[in-house]
Design a protein around this ligand. Sequence first.
Ligand SMILES: CC(C)(COP(=O)(O)OP(=O)(O)OC[C@H]1O[C@@H](n2cnc3c(N)ncnc32)[C@H](O)[C@@H]1OP(=O)(O)O)[C@@H](O)C(=O)NCCC(=O)NCCS
Length: 169
Amino acid sequence: MIVFETKRLVFRRFTEANFPDMCQMLGDAEVMRYYPAVLDEAGSRAWLERIYMRYEKYGTAFCAVTLKETDEFVGQIGLLNHDIPEVRNLEIGYMLARNHWGKGYASEGARGCRDHAFGELNQDKVISIIDPRNEPSIRVAQANGMKLEKQIFIQKFNQVENIYSVSRL
Ligand SMILES: CC(C)(COP(=O)(O)OP(=O)(O)OC[C@H]1O[C@@H](n2cnc3c(N)ncnc32)[C@H](O)[C@@H]1OP(=O)(O)O)[C@@H](O)C(=O)NCCC(=O)NCCS
């Protein structure tokens, strides 16, 4: 099921066909640098199950992102609904397989999510929750028109996070 498209990317709901690509991406230490741990196959399975659960519960979650031209898997980008008190707005989250870094796909995808949220999903504001050391992720948020709104301790992640946000004009 296609959720939306951007110039070079297609955003679909995840299916089991994406599992091998997810295992590879979530098992890459460089990709997982700002996450608590690299995931093995069982961890990747649990991650994918949480995405399915979010589709059911909230109607939105990470999408499987592929290239329009080749149908190659690029990564996961999407709108995340957090069940935590510190966060009230949908979060734009992004993670790309390492061989697709540095081509502007994350920035293009994040902007696509923002437009989808402000359009079809009728949201007034979207955020990104970013580890203050994660420079590439901060650049993606900035390319998405976001500004640093606040720095807060998030219990669930057990660390201080930067909250970037952008509101609909
Ligand atoms: C965050 C991530 C998606 C960015 O991917 P990317 O391919 O670099 O994204 P883009 O190509 O769209 O580039 C985004 C910007 O970051 C910059 N950038 C990339 N790597 C960088 C680095 N190591 N240091 C500083 N800036 C960097 C790019 O130059 C670009 O800036 P510009 O638009 O001003 O030129 C990717 O690094 C990733 O998947 N990281 C692991 C998962 C993760 O940490 N996700 C974020 C969780 S909050």
